[in-house]
Design a protein around this ligand. Structure first.
Ligand code: PMP
Length: 372
């Protein structure tokens, strides 16, 4: 058996030790004579798995007691609709920071469902190569919340600050505070986080959390009753919270695997500060290799370069195909950039080991020597 190095943007690499544990428990979960996949979600065993996963996530992120954690479905994309459904009930407009393709999708969904939205700042003007500065963010008088994408997975553009963090939070022109909502799909758990700065955090699981099919939502409890209109029950944070995320059958196996990943982060990695240091090293090594070469280039302003997704182009696009073919032959998988932008992208999520980055850098240098 060979496990290659996987740089996929999502579904992404999982820690080998997590997969080994899942394998060992696959047919017979701890002597129960059945698989987690086959268990009732309301039975004692699965409820214990679910509760442990939440407890470990709370510990990793130091989630304050006045926040609820939901394990839901529909991908991060469903949250583009669920957030306005849940938070616009009392009126007001959704405010957005537009920093790339995912932010734009969130804007478009809210606009189609609820009409007018306000873009409080955008990086469109610089081709999404630098995020707007804090002082450029101007909320509308009627802002109900401010939504942003912490890490644009396709563009490789990441915020280097939390909006509103220069004061106590994002504020309307009259000085009143609005909740901050963050799509953290591709950066959650990559390092420590001050959850108390946020109203809602959501993340699709298939990058740093576990397999696809699960979305984690972290919501401050005073925001649970902002909805005024009926909405599909499965969108409702209140309903999900009251039912312990079991309004209907949850994605039990993905939830269990997420729990194994949280345990790996705690026990094997040693927590998010340790993870942060590893991620810092991985990204620094790869960007240094790109910047030091004549063949590869990354266009993002230094302070906003993503540690999780590193897009780069080759000086001669005719070399793209040979690069990808030879990388794959060398056991370096899924380096092709998103179909909308082309080029390459190496995603360096938590489960991508430092050795994978070293192998990629060696391959890139060798390729440049031969073909550059
Ligand atoms: N937001 C971000 C930042 C993403 O990277 C993605 C998926 N790559 C999404 C939202 C959409 O996630 P999903 O496919 O789970 O709906």
């Amino acid at each position: 058996m060979t496990r290659h190095y996987n740089f996929c943007a999502g579904p992404a690499a999982l820690p080998t030790s997590v997969l080994e544990r899942a394998r060992d428990e696959l047919l017979d979960y701890r002597g129960r004579g059945l698989s987690v996949m086959e268990m009732s979600h309301r039975g004692e065993d699965f409820v214990a798995i679910a509760e442990q996963a939440e407890a470990d996530l709370r510990e990793l992120l130091a989630i304050p007691d006045n926040y609820r954690v939901l394990f839901t479905q529909g991908g991060a994309s469903l949250q583009f609709a669920a957030v306005p459904y849940n938070l616009l009930g009392a009126g007001g407009r959704a405010n957005f920071l537009h920093t790339g393709i995912w932010g734009k999708k969130a804007i478009s969904e809210a606009r189609h469902l609820f009409g007018d939205v306000h873009v409080a700042a955008s990086s469109e003007g610089n081709g999404h190569s630098a995020v707007p500065r804090q002082e450029e963010i101007v909320l509308s008088d009627d802002a109900a919340y401010l939504h942003y994408t912490a890490n644009e997975t396709i563009g490789g553009l990441a915020f280097d600050y939390i909006p509103g963090s220069n004061g106590e939070g994002p504020r309307r022109p009259d000085g009143s505070e609005v909740p901050l909502v963050c799509d953290m799909s591709s950066s959650i758990l990559s390092g420590p986080l001050d959850v108390s700065k946020f109203g809602v955090i959501y993340a699709g699981a298939q990058k740093n959390i576990g397999p696809a099919g699960l979305v984690v939502v972290i919501i401050r409890d005073d925001l649970l009753d902002r909805a005024r209109h009926y909405m599909p029950t499965l969108f409702s944070y209140q309903a999900l919270s009251e039912a312990g995320s079991m309004v209907n059958t949850p994605a039990t196996y993905s939830w269990y695997l997420a729990g194994l990943v949280f345990d790996w982060l705690k026990q094997d990695v040693g927590g998010l500060a340790a993870m942060d240091a590893i991620n810092q090293r991985k990204a620094a090594r790869l960007y240094a290799a790109i910047d030091g070469s004549a063949l590869y280039a990354n266009p993002i302003t230094l302070r906003n370069r993503s540690r999780m997704n590193v897009p780069f182009v080759l000086a001669d696009p005719r070399l793209d195909r040979p690069f990808l073919d030879e990388a794959e032959a060398a056991g370096l998988l899924n380096l092709k950039g998103h179909r909308s932008v082309g080029g390459m992208r190496a995603s360096l999520y938590n489960a991508v080991p430092e050795a994978a980055v070293e192998a990629l850098i060696d391959f890139m240098a060798d390729f440049e020597k031969r073909r550059g």
